[in-house]
Design a protein around this ligand. Structure first.
Ligand code: CO
Length: 220
């Protein structure tokens, strides 16, 4: 007897078969080239939300963007998954751009503004509560809860870009004069459009002094 879930997954496998066939017809070398290496110029750090797929919303192809996603697109210096992705992208793939892309209407950001107990994720979202607390004065001047939440989405992205810039990984790259730009974007679920918050970091001088490190430079 076939397992009851078989029908639920069948469309995915069928789609995959058709996609692989079409790709190979359009470009007979596609998979041979793809299997050889990846040289993406971008690292995308986004929310796990199923409505914000990095490749589709940027119109890129497979192989062009390295991706890390978690709930509320957080970049914290004790998260080894995030740090490993960042280090690999910067040191090995040598991406030029790191993009943190939050999204309006983010459930993670909303949850961080409420008192409900959801589970383990409440501990993860404590980072967002810290962003709220730091910007409490600005946020509480906004009376419309939806507008306030969307501003927290933006402030959260800005904080994550600072967090990335504070890592030893980025500061070592900058000290070696490796071009590396870190950008703050927000995706709008209702229009499909991305807003650039014009808050990009590319130099140690942009960091508050307490976060600056002088890496021992190995120029090799
Ligand atoms: Co989200």
């Amino acid at each position: 007897m076939e397992p009851e879930w078989k029908n639920e997954l069948a469309p995915l496998l069928k789609n995959n078969e058709e996609w692989a066939k079409k790709k190979a017809i359009d470009d007979p070398n596609y998979f041979a080239v793809s299997a050889k290496e990846q040289v993406p110029p971008y690292l995308w750090i986004g929310c796990s939300d199923s409505r914000v797929p990095a490749i589709q919303v940027t119109g890129l192809e497979s192989g062009q963007i390295f991706v890390h996603r978690n709930i509320a697109n957080l970049c914290t210096h004790t998260d080894f998954s995030f740090l490993s992705v960042l280090e690999y992208a910067v040191m090995i793939l040598k991406v030029r751009h790191v993009i943190v892309c939050g999204h309006y209407g983010c459930g993670g950001i909303k949850a961080a503004m409420e008192e409900h107990h959801l589970g383990l994720v409440d501990n993860w979202l404590r980072h967002v509560r810290d962003v709220y607390f730091t910007n409490k004065e600005e946020l509480e001047k906004i009376s419309d809860p939806r507008v306030r939440m969307n501003r927290l989405v933006e402030l959260n992205v800005i904080r994550q870009v600072q967090n990335i810039s504070h890592t030893t990984i980025v500061q070592v790259a900058w000290s070696k004069k490796q071009p590396l730009f870190i950008h703050s974007w927000v995706y709008d679920l209702s229009t499909g459009k991305i807003k650039d918050l014009s808050n990009s970091f590319s130099h140690i001088d942009q960091l508050e002094e307490i976060y600056r490190i002088k890496p021992a430079i190995d120029n090799n």
